[in-house]
Design a protein around this ligand. Structure first.
Ligand SMILES: NC(=O)c1ccc[n+]([C@@H]2O[C@H](COP(=O)([O-])OP(=O)(O)OC[C@H]3O[C@@H](n4cnc5c(N)ncnc54)[C@H](OP(=O)(O)O)[C@@H]3O)[C@@H](O)[C@H]2O)c1
Length: 221
């Protein structure tokens, strides 16, 4: 099974501070959505808390040591408590489409809106269980690329899956930023940089992709 990771980190590898991401970069959030859309996303319970909601259009796999049923019930309760706001947002967006007499051609957009009604949440107690869950979801995908899971953080969960990662999508925020959570070390003997492009906007940042050396995979088997 292929597995990817996506993270935004500063040059001192800081990814978080007091439960939040310590910068605001809307272009990176858009990029994150584009890259992870449709895919299973694997996250730690603290990252779920920091996002504050389920990511729609994606299968959310949340790892915790707590009881799975209780955690899932709490997540869904929080989700449905926001539903009335989401319902009105959805109604407004659909009304806007109607009022402009637009045909609904943007299937992805509409499916994204509809997916807000159908949260896909899987709570797991271990790495193995998360991988089993991803394996069980494969049949629901028509497109093989979409079934590749993305590990989206935080540090504890990046560390857990690092030895399996085939590709790392890193947004590198230029400069050092104070924080209390860091991305694990990316070892040069395991990964090669295959792309490095400047992004637009502030703080200054670059989009970097690392790929695992084929030989490094072999040595892990
Ligand atoms: N910049 C970025 O791209 C980015 C991305 C993601 C997150 N972040 C930031 O990173 C921080 C959160 O990262 P974090 O490392 O503190 O937390 P995390 O990895 O998101 O979640 C940690 C939680 O995962 C669960 N867990 C960990 N190991 C486990 C195991 N072996 N078995 C079962 N469950 C396990 C535990 O949940 P329970 O406590 O429920 O048992 C643990 O508290 C936040 O500041 C967030 O904003 C930044």
């Amino acid at each position: 099974m292929k597995l990817y990771m996506i993270s935004a980190m500063a040059e001192n590898r800081v990814i978080g501070n007091k439960g939040k991401i310590p910068w605001s970069l809307s272009s990176d959030l858009k990029r994150f959505k584009t890259i992870t859309y449709h895919h299973p996303v694997i996250m730690g319970r603290k990252t779920y808390e920091s996002i504050g909601d389920i990511l729609y259009g994606r299968k959310n796999i949340i790892i915790t040591k707590s009881d799975k049923d209780t955690t899932k019930a709490e997540i869904l309760k929080k989700y449905t408590s926001k539903l009335s706001t989401k319902e009105s947002q959805l109604a407004l967006q659909l009304a806007e489409i109607d009022s402009k007499h637009k045909r609904i051609q943007d299937e992805e957009n509409i499916n994204g809106l509809k997916a807000q009604w159908n949260p896909e949440v899987y709570v797991c107690n271990s790495k193995e269980e998360a991988l089993e869950t991803v394996g069980g979801l494969e049949a629901s995908y028509k497109n093989k690329h979409d079934m590749i899971p993305f590990v989206i953080g935080g540090r504890q969960i990046y560390k857990m899956f690092m030895s399996m990662a085939d590709r790392l999508f890193i947004t590198l925020i230029h400069g050092a930023i104070p924080g209390d959570v860091r991305f694990p070390t990316i070892r040069e003997k395991e990964f090669t940089k295959i792309s490095d492009k400047m992004g637009g906007g502030n703080p200054k940042h670059s989009y970097i992709i690392f790929e695992r050396h084929a030989a490094s995979h072999l040595s892990l088997q």
